[in-house]
Design a protein around this ligand. Sequence first.
Ligand code: WAQ
Ligand code: MG
Length: 256
Amino acid sequence: MLYSVRMRAAADATHENGGRHISGAERLVSFDEITPTAAAMLARAFTHSRGQADFININIEAIHQQAIIKVPLLPVITENKPTVSTGRAAALTALRKAGITPRAAKRGMAELLALPDSMRGAILLCAETGVRLDSNAQRGIRVSRMDIADETGFIHWLTKQGFTNIHVREALVLAAKVASCPGILAELCWSDDPEYTAGYVASKTVYIRFPHLKSVGDPIGGRILFVEPNSDIEKLISYLESKPVLVTVPSGGENY
Ligand code: WAQ
Ligand code: MG
């Protein structure tokens, strides 16, 4: 049996009552790991660079082994664009290469730039028209119930590529689950941690990092998931939120 451990933290009020999103985390762990995982999540919520958390939810649920599917990590490429504007332009190009129309790609970028503050979830947009598809204006869709299958192998795989921080680790696991979701063509993301400026575009086949998708000190980040036209949105949301997924390291531990 594995257990889904989820955390979300807000300041000033609960998320439901319009509180400011501070931090969130998602893991799938064994019984013995529940307590240390929950403790680490609490510590993280209370020491976050987005501010002091006042309301924290930790949710623990048993997951039946037979419900779990395995999906692979995406190979990673870094495009070293030196500025935010060149990074964003390259991210738009990457989205177009992933099959997103120029209009939808631009709208996705504009949605992130128009956020008054970070949401706790992701925005769903039509990959053709750029129209918003989810109805959770403040909340978005939270991708949950995923983790890496082999932590040691993952750390080895990351270290070989020079990745050491938790942002990239978590983002790669989330992007692998999102890429495996039927109907999702691509994802655009940058961090909501003020000091972390990197972001990425992920497609079904590759995760492209851009070191500067926002300026240092900016606390607004987010995620846009681009959805193939005529997809079954309810099914897609159910997969993202509820399907338990373990992410595997490519065999041989190679990047490609
Ligand atoms: N499901 C859906 N949306 C989420 C989730 C989730 N589980 N977690 C975060 N988000 C959304 C939410 O709107 C956050 O405000 C936003 O994404 C950013 O979250 O170097 O750190 O956890 O390759 O701050 C990307 C670059 C880092 C990593 C992303 O995101 C790299 C990051 P953060
Ligand atoms: Mg963050």
